[in-house]
Design a protein around this ligand. Structure first.
Ligand SMILES: [Zn+2]
Length: 188
């Protein structure tokens, strides 16, 4: 029997995640002006269109830090819960090329899904602001890193505390990682 999916609680403990990241078929990896290889779109993407849904093996923080997982694939989904691809997996995963921008053109709608924040023209680079998801001083995140995103309001230095900056809160209101949103809600 088909049941209609309505609102899925973000912290449902038995939530099923994808075993690999799903990427919109319009996307491809290509050399980026921001950093290394980036994610670009072959065709126009409209505001609100789903861009990626992060997936991977569901692991603990200890496993995430074990060195057995591809560092660029590690993504936090909850307390002591991460998604990642093991180093033994050598298939391409586009999310590993996703670059940060201080004026990102995608945003989170739950802990694993990003959608276009505005229309993105063909040839445009897909970006996500790390200020919307990064709150951990942990090996796999870029903390105290200089930023070269080229945005007019570039923050120049990225830290795990960027979600506390009022302009960042304003820009991505309602589109923070649920773990950060929880901290915002209690007045952090
Ligand atoms: Zn920047």
């Amino acid at each position: 029997m088909l049941s209609q999916v309505t609102e899925i609680p973000q912290y449902k403990m038995n939530k099923q995640y994808l075993s690999r990241t799903w990427a919109n078929p319009k996307l491809k990896a290509e050399k980026s002006k921001i950093h290394g290889d980036g994610v670009f779109t072959n065709e126009r993407i409209l505001e609100g269109e789903k861009v990626m849904e992060f997936g991977g093996e569901l692991i603990s923080r200890e496993q995430a830090l074990s060195g057995k997982y591809r560092s660029r694939s590690i993504w936090i989904v909850g307390a002591d819960r991460y998604l990642a691809l093991p180093k033994s997996d050598n298939q391409e995963s586009l999310d590993e090329n996703l670059n940060h921008s201080c004026d990102a053109n995608t945003r989170l709608i739950d802990e694993v899904t990003i959608v276009a924040k505005r229309d993105i023209e063909a040839g445009g680079e897909i970006t996500l602001d790390q200020g919307t998801w990064n709150f951990e001083d942990i090996a796999y995140t870029d903390n105290k890193e200089p930023c070269s995103c080229g945005a007019k309001d570039c923050r120049k230095i990225l830290t795990e505390n960027d979600w506390k900056i009022s302009s960042v809160r304003e820009k991505y209101k309602g589109h923070f990682h649920p773990m950060i949103q929880k901290m915002i809600d209690v007045g952090a």
